[in-house]
Design a protein around this ligand. Structure first.
Ligand code: FAD
Ligand code: MG
Length: 345
């Protein structure tokens, strides 16, 4: 209970920071109405400019809860839980939302050569990072689970909208991609309501929609990996884009001076040690950015950059362990923290 209260306080604090930051840097009054709810495992804050109606906020949060009810690993009635319970048994018919996200997850698993892998759930459970029972598993435990990780053993049947995990004990976790899908869905609701400008913030996964009144770019802060939520190392100026970050700071525990974070290498079965503190992806669709931020974090700077450069309209901000920042070509980034330095290759 105590831990829960601390977490909620932390979230409230970060909420204040985000609201303040966006207010300060988007050039809009801090009083711009926004609404927040704890859903999808994080605080989600929606800011609808000018014509923001209560009903639109309600529709967006209802949609988030619907996505959560379909895509969470538990309780057992969600589509993902049913897929997992039927691993090695048979295909499961799922809602088209779930099919779409899994299909996209498989695509990103393929192009990242398995660095992003939605079948990582047995490892996520083993480590328990972010929960109250986080621990360092024995190597034998990791070795026992590793054979269950493998996106190639996901069988998708588009015609019947079914998903089958071919090996018993396999399990999906869509935590690295489903928030992105939810952000894109929020924008669809915003568009239908003919709202001109909005900020969708799902625990630091940002999507800005529309053009600011004065036509200046939106300014989105890049989180300082060593500081509390809301402290930034710099600002990226963007048009109608999403900025999604994966980093060592989001969920972790420490043991004997070592930080164990929640982004796992599907190859080693441990928190990925790829030389990155964080990576932020800037692109059009939040689902793509979400999957790519996790994939690139696991791949590391060189392979991650090569992956981004092979894709159309995707940019990246890499923060390396040595406090250097590297950027792909098309970004307008302003460094605000002089503990870091921008290095060009
Ligand atoms: P990202 O980098 O985007 O994702 C990291 C997360 O993806 C990890 O936490 C892990 O779950 C998974 N992952 C780790 N390594 C890999 C990999 N190599 N490839 C693919 N995936 C990987 N949190 C709760 O505490 N309780 C909840 O009930 C809960 N329900 C959720 C329901 C939904 C539908 C979603 C989308 C999220 C939920 N979460 C919940 C949060 C979730 O568990 C993740 O911790 C969170 O999404 C992490 O996002 P991120 O942006 O920090 O990092
Ligand atoms: Mg992600």
């Amino acid at each position: 209970m105590f831990i829960f209260i601390i977490r909620m306080l932390k979230h409230c604090f970060s909420l204040f920071c985000i609201t303040f930051f966006l207010g300060a840097f988007t050039g809009c009054a801090i009083t711009e109405p926004s609404q927040s709810e704890f859903v999808l495992g994080t605080i989600c804050t929606i800011t609808l400019y000018e014509q923001g109606k209560l009903q639109v906020y309600r529709d967006i949060f209802r949609r988030f809860r619907e996505i959560e009810d379909r895509m969470s690993v538990g309780p057992e009635k969600t589509d993902v839980a049913r897929i997992n319970a039927n691993a090695g048994i048979g295909p499961v018919k799922v809602h088209e939302d779930v099919f779409e996200v899994i299909e996209r997850a498989v695509y990103y698993a393929e192009i990242s050569e398995g660095a992003f892998d939605p079948t990582v759930e047995p490892l996520v459970s083993l480590w328990g990072i972010g929960g109250d029972n986080a621990r360092i598993p024995l190597q034998e435990e990791i070795d026992a689970v590793l054979p269950l990780i493998g996106w190639r053993n996901i069988e998708l049947d588009r015609e019947h909208c079914t998903v089958y995990l071919k090996r018993s004990g396999m399990a999906l976790d869509l935590g690295a991609i489903a928030k992105g899908f939810a952000a894109d869905e929020a924008v669809e609701i915003v568009k239908k309501a003919r709202i001109k400008r909005a900020i969708i913030d799902l625990g630091g996964n940002i999507l800005v929609y529309g053009e600011k009144k004065d036509k200046s770019p939106w300014k989105v802060g890049i989180q300082n990996p060593f500081d509390s939520r809301g402290a930034y190392i710099g600002i990226v100026q963007v048009g109608e884009k999403t900025v999604v970050t994966s980093g060592v700071y989001e969920r972790f525990f420490e043991a004997e001076g070592v930080r164990y974070h929640h982004i796992l290498s599907p190859f080693e079965g441990r928190p990925a040690r790829s030389g990155l503190l964080s990576v932020s992806i800037v692109t059009g669709q939040s689902m793509d950015a979400d999957a790519l931020s996790t994939a690139v974090f696991v791949l590391g700077y060189e392979r991650g950059r090569a992956l981004l450069e092979s894709l159309e309209g995707v940019e990246g901000i890499f923060v390396l362990n040595d406090m250097s920042i590297r950027l792909t070509g098309g970004l307008d980034f302003i460094l605000t923290d002089d503990n870091y330095r921008i290095v060009s290759d």
